[in-house]
Design a binder for this molecule. Structure first.
Ligand code: PAF
Length: 283
């Protein structure tokens, strides 16, 4: 497995793989790899001939008040995981390589990036789109793999890829969960033992919502109220950023739950901001 730090070497590597007739799978990550990331590498391995994982803690998707400095960094374990799961190359650029001085361009997906998490994290999706656009240009892949846990991110990236004509298929892979339902996330490492015991309430609230919708399609506000009740009861330390029932394509709030909907929520538990979602596409 190659470990590549410069854009020029990454471009040369992907070009030679393409020249050899290989299909390219891209797995963008910020490292601190867990079983969710590994499932993306496995999916890329199964679907593509040449698998490239990127590991870059992207500063532009963090606001100055957020956890860029504290974000977990585990490069040795990450490389071992990539090697163990058959990645062909890992792209690990430094900040100066990705953002040389003088850069003035960023990429923003209006509306979609401003809803849900975008309300509490107004710079986040601009940073995500900018870095993912750069990665799509550096590694022209056939398929790029993202986790469903970051549901809004997948919607925003699909829109950006379509709007900017990136010839890449955005593949969304299922959320990987701990045994008690907590969605895997690098930020779960921030939870204290007491907060960790409360954290499964996030998925529990989603299940409350899903059961209500499949049983009787109640108005969205009733679903939200019941989910908030579950969170208050089972995660008393949690501070809810949002609980929402939205159209899965536009991310607009919906009032009724008879059609396809996504239920999404973000809850702060101590230093961790936990997000999770369920998409109910056919009813
Ligand atoms: O999901 C992530 O880990 C990041 O947002 C991504 C897509 C790698 C961009 O930095």
């Amino acid at each position: 497995m190659k470990v590549i730090e410069t854009i020029s070497a990454m471009r040369a590597d992907v070009q030679s793989a393409r020249a050899a007739g290989k299909t390219i799978g891209l797995v963008p990550t910020m490292g601190a790899l867990h079983a969710g990331h590994v499932s993306l590498i496995d999916a890329a391995r199964a679907a593509c001939d040449y698998v490239i994982v990127t590991i870059f803690v992207n500063p532009t998707q963090f606001a100055p008040t957020e956890d860029l400095g504290a974000y977990p960094r585990t490069p040795e374990a990450d490389l071992a995981a990539c090697r163990g799961h058959g990645a062909d190359a890992v792209f690990m650029p430094g900040v100066a390589e990705m953002y040389p001085p003088g850069a003035l361009t960023d990429v923003r997906v209006r509306a979609l990036g401003e809803r849900l998490c975008g309300r509490d994290r107004p710079v986040h999706f601009g940073g995500v789109c900018t870095v993912v656009a750069k990665l799509f240009n550096i590694v022209p892949a056939d398929k790029a793999f993202f986790g469903q846990k970051d549901f809004q991110q997948t919607v925003v990236i699909k829109r950006m890829a379509a709007d900017l004509n990136f010839p890449v298929e955005v593949v969304v892979c299922p959320t990987v969960r701990e045994a008690d339902g907590l969605a895997m996330s690098s930020r779960n490492a921030y939870l204290t033992p007491a907060q960790r015991r409360q954290a499964p309430a996030v998925y529990g609230a989603l299940q409350v919502g899903r059961e209500m919708i499949s049983r009787s399609h109640p108005p969205a506000r009733e679903v939200i109220e019941a989910m908030r009740g579950r969170l208050a009861a089972q995660a008393p330390e949690g501070q809810i950023d949002y609980v929402a029932v939205v159209n899965p394509d536009t991310l607009d709030d919906v009032e009724t739950t008879g059609g396809p909907v996504a239920i999404a929520l973000a809850v702060r538990l101590g230093r961790a901001r936990l997000i999770d979602n369920i998409v109910i596409s056919s009813q």
